[in-house]
Design a protein around this ligand. Sequence first.
Ligand SMILES: *[C@@H]1O[C@H](CO)[C@@H](O)[C@H](O)[C@H]1NC(C)=O
Ligand SMILES: *[C@@H]1O[C@H](CO)[C@@H](O)[C@H](O)[C@H]1NC(C)=O
Ligand SMILES: *[C@@H]1O[C@H](CO)[C@@H](O)[C@H](O)[C@H]1NC(C)=O
Ligand SMILES: *[C@@H]1O[C@H](CO)[C@@H](O)[C@H](O)[C@H]1NC(C)=O
Length: 241
Amino acid sequence: MRPLLLLLLATAHGLDTLDYTPTLANDESLGGRLTGSTFVLEQPRCVFEMDNTSDIWLVVATREGREHFNDSAQPGMPEWSFHRFLTNSSSYLTLGAMLYHYPCPKPSGELTVLRVGSETSCIDDTSVPNCNGPLPNPGPYWVKFLALNASGPIATTQWFGPIELKKAQPIPSSSGAGVVRSGAMIAITAILSVLLAVLLAALLATLCSSEACGVGSFRPDAASIRRYNTHHVYDQPAARL
Ligand SMILES: *[C@@H]1O[C@H](CO)[C@@H](O)[C@H](O)[C@H]1NC(C)=O
Ligand SMILES: *[C@@H]1O[C@H](CO)[C@@H](O)[C@H](O)[C@H]1NC(C)=O
Ligand SMILES: *[C@@H]1O[C@H](CO)[C@@H](O)[C@H](O)[C@H]1NC(C)=O
Ligand SMILES: *[C@@H]1O[C@H](CO)[C@@H](O)[C@H](O)[C@H]1NC(C)=O
């Protein structure tokens, strides 16, 4: 009885709040359920019971946008556009579709997911306010579905979140790799300086053997150069790379 009563009360205000919470797609085979700028949700099948020409919209919000979201949001208005979200707002509406696009029960074998952030062609096109453009940063984001008809909002789901996207991985990705890398740099520097020394020695040797320098004691010892070379290159742990 209680849920029914609550439902009736909510309906009196023209807006049903449904128990349904959106979820990330559970099909691991999709590949990239979460990327740096997109995420994949299950379609809201068998969630809304209303006129099948009602519009179902996805609300994407930041933490702040979730707190301040007004269910009277009007899709297509600049205030709730993807482009405003990028610069100056905390929520937007996208992926509007009439309810009959989400038939219930879902036909078996049909792909029933929504990829949020997959549309790149309208990123700069403010004439497409409900652009499903790539999300600007790793988030976190919250989402819910909102159903509207010509009279206004008629139903909304629960919020789902936080959704944290993949962060761009700095290279090297771990301090261990950083150590290896700087080790490699040291090894390269060492090799270069050894090569330079060898070249210099060879130059001196050439000069001296042509008797231009005239002093025998400047003649470098070829064996000691080779030992120096070996020592410096192979003592570096990173040289194992
Ligand atoms: C939500 O928006 C509607 C229409 O723009 C407005 O009348 C209402 O006061 C707003 N509600 C809140 C809580 O801001
Ligand atoms: C951001 O939006 C508010 C209203 O929501 C507006 O007053 C302000 O001028 C906007 N700022 C920019 C930089 O667009
Ligand atoms: C909408 O639902 C009605 C019956 O409820 C059905 O006859 C009609 O074909 C549906 N429209 C679409 C586009 O599915
Ligand atoms: C919108 O939906 C509400 C609730 O289902 C209904 O009472 C109202 O008549 C509908 N408005 C239109 C224009 O279909």
